[in-house]
Design a protein around this ligand. Structure first.
Ligand code: PGA
Length: 274
């Protein structure tokens, strides 16, 4: 019997938990300790948790050699200087993180993040050796006005202005329709697939076939253990950025396991269907 493994030509799924403004240091350590117990180190899925800055280094310490990575939720583009209150990519790296979320819709909405700042932050992350998870997505009004693709095109163009193919290869994109974030309203798998395929096409237009094929695109917006399977079945969905459900160890671990299973089935499908 032939066993199918996620091979190198297949995009490795990536599930990231965005804790937002939740968890004290003690709660954070408790959560990652539980995750470490329930998720074996050799997952077919790349797993990342993104706690608040205050818990970065302690969680990284607990997760050392666990196969679970740590990421920050934001960064500032300058490395150092008189920028009171900011945290730079080298400091995030120094705290033990390997990833950073950039341009989340909450940052765009509440903290005046623009195409230009997303671009600078993504560049700064790469320079420091952090893998940026760049968020894009339309609001409900934009979707209803038929502007979804125009908004995505604009956001991608802004975020990756001046990027090389080499840089794009290190980036992860998260498609997060704003109307699905924290609302309990998930995009239908087909709706999400349509947006993901569009994003891949845009990357292909600007950076070529290879970069587009290799690009991992996460879906985000009310991802739960019971909807991750149908989302992951979609061809262009390579993982998820999980908010609410990442705050609870059982739910997050179940999302990771279900995503792994769906990805393995997807690989068998794509390898064996003529
Ligand atoms: P949610 O958040 O899963 O709670 O909808 C997702 C996100 O904001 O990344």
């Amino acid at each position: 019997m032939r066993l199918y493994r996620i091979n190198e030509n297949v995009r490795k799924p990536i599930i990231a938990g965005n804790w937002k403004l939740h968890k004290t240091l003690q709660e954070a350590v408790q959560l990652v300790t539980l995750l470490k117990r329930s998720l074996p180190a050799d997952q077919d899925v790349e797993v990342v948790v993104c706690p608040p800055f205050t818990a970065l280094s302690e969680t990284a310490e607990v997760l050392m050699e666990s196969g679970i990575h740590v990421g920050a939720q934001d960064l500032y583009w300058e490395d150092k200087g008189a920028f009171t209150g900011e945290v730079s990519a080298p400091l995030i790296k120094d705290a033990g993180a390997g990833f950073v979320i950039v341009g989340h819709s909450e940052r765009r909405q509440f903290f005046h993040e623009t195409h230009e700042t997303v671009n600078k932050k993504t560049k700064a992350a790469l320079k420091a050796g952090l893998a940026p998870i760049v968020c894009v997505g339309e609001t409900l009004a934009e979707r209803e006005a038929g502007k979804t693709f125009a908004v995505l095109e604009d956001q991608l163009k802004g975020a990756f202005l001046g990027f090389t193919q080499e840089e794009i290869r290190k980036v992860i994109v998260a498609y997060e329709p704003v109307w699905a974030i924290g609302t309990g309203r998930t995009a239908l798998p087909e709706q999400a697939q349509e947006a993901h395929a569009f994003i891949r096409k845009e990357i292909q237009k600007r950076f070529g076939e290879e970069a587009a094929k290799a690009l991992r695109i996460q879906y985000g917006g009310s991802v739960k253990p019971d909807n991750i399977g149908s989302l992951m079945k979609q061809e262009d969905i390579d993982g998820a950025l999980v908010g609410g459900a990442s705050l609870e160890a059982d739910a997050f671990a179940e999302i990771v396991k279900t995503a792994g299973k769906a990805a393995r089935e997807k690989e068998v499908r794509s390898c064996c269907t003529p």
